[in-house]
Design a protein around this ligand. Structure first.
Ligand SMILES: Nc1nc2c(ncn2[C@@H]2O[C@H](COP(=O)(O)OP(=O)(O)OP(=O)(O)O)[C@@H](O)[C@H]2O)c(=O)[nH]1
Length: 334
């Protein structure tokens, strides 16, 4: 049974020194990675899964949105990519995790701009890591509505599909059957061997994605014969991010009107925004998200009594005009 593969009993772990399985969740910006991680954590009652969350922006929003029953369970790396600048931090974190005897599995959520090959190489090349951890699978979440554009805009989006062992075609509620067939065709052209599933809100039977041992080194070397040597990775310099904060309340009506206009006008270049808001008239934090032209807003949890009320917004895109963004944002501050 798959559950047993994911969670060997403590006795087995201690006597046979089984390696800790690692699942890497990848996929372009806004495809549904955090949604998948939360789905896994919700379904995995009582199992100890350490979650490593890596974000491209300088402020970590995903870590705050990830459901975890204790804070120790989540390690966040912001403002750098696991595939390049913070790879050393990943190795150190994994070494720390090996000291935890109760760990059943590790889940890594990469940034939406991560090149998967250098992340994989950490588990194959580094002796300390490969003796304790085994790469179980690369699970790539694909945004059915935006795949075509994402593949056009980003080399990393192509690599994420090409390198996947398992692919979730997510957000099928937003597209037609004809669109799904087209998405499948685009995936097959890049990766004819990955297992493909269709999902809404990344909901999937966990036995299909965890403990599958789907990671296949030989197949990866066929896709990219030099991936174990070529560890330097450079991101497209035109793609950047910035963060805005405010400790004054925000008028969410004004903000939504502005963002809806901006998303329609600049959706080609403004790939992703997400923020937790100190919103005027709301008791709770308000979560705002946009993925290209689609925006959404919802109440999050109540502010904690000892927590400073603060808005944190991250924007990621190509050739973004920070000044223009700041001006628009300031008009929404009450
Ligand atoms: N309609 C629809 N929305 C979805 C679905 N899955 C996720 N979303 C929404 O898409 C947005 C992005 O989802 P996330 O899970 O944050 O995506 P992500 O890949 O973690 O995003 P980044 O970490 O920024 O790259 C959120 O507003 C989700 O609620 C889906 O199947 N259908």
């Amino acid at each position: 049974m798959v559950m047993e593969v994911i969670r060997p009993t403590k006795t087995i772990l201690n006597t046979q020194q089984q390696k800790i399985p690692v699942t890497i969740v990848t996929g372009f910006l806004g495809s549904g990675k955090t949604t998948l991680v939360n789905h896994i954590l919700k379904e995995q009652h009582g199992r100890k899964i350490a979650v490593i969350v890596n974000e491209f922006g300088e402020i970590g929003i995903d870590g705050q949105l990830t459901i975890a029953d204790d804070e120790e369970q989540i390690v966040e790396f912001n403002n750098g990519c696991l595939c390049c600048t913070v790879r050393g931090d990943l190795v150190r974190t994994l070494e720390d995790l090996t000291k935890r005897a109760d760990l059943d599995a590790v889940l890594i959520e990469t940034t939406g701009l991560a090149d998967p090959a250098p992340v994989a190489s950490t588990f194959i090349v580094a002796d300390e890591i490969k003796s304790k951890f085994s790469l179980d699978a690369f699970v790539t979440v694909v945004d059915a509505r935006n795949l075509q554009q994402n593949l056009k805009d980003s080399h990393e989006a192509q690599e994420q599909v090409a390198f996947a062992d398992i692919i979730l075609i997510n957000k099928i509620d937003l597209v037609s059957d004809k669109d799904i067939a087209r998405v499948k065709q685009q995936i097959w052209e890049l990766n004819p061997i990955a297992k493909i599933y269709q999902t809404e809100h990344s909901e999937i039977d966990l036995s299909l994605i965890l403990g599958t041992k789907a990671f296949d080194l030989e197949a990866k070397l066929e896709v990219d014969p030099s991936f174990l040597e070529d560890l330097a990775h450079e991101h497209d310099a035109a793609i950047g991010s910035f963060a805005l904060t405010s400790d004054r309340p925000i008028d969410m009506n004004k903000f939504m009107l502005w963002m809806n206009d901006l998303a329609q006008e600049k959706g080609e270049d403004l790939y992703r925004t997400k923020g937790l808001f100190y919103a005027q008239g709301f008791q709770e934090r308000v979560l705002f998200q946009s993925v290209r032209m689609l925006t959404s807003m919802r109440r999050d949890r109540l502010w904690k009594t000892d927590e400073p009320k603060l808005t944190q917004l991250v924007a990621i895109g190509r050739n973004l005009d920070r000044e223009e963004f700041v001006k628009g944002f300031e008009k929404c501050v009450v």
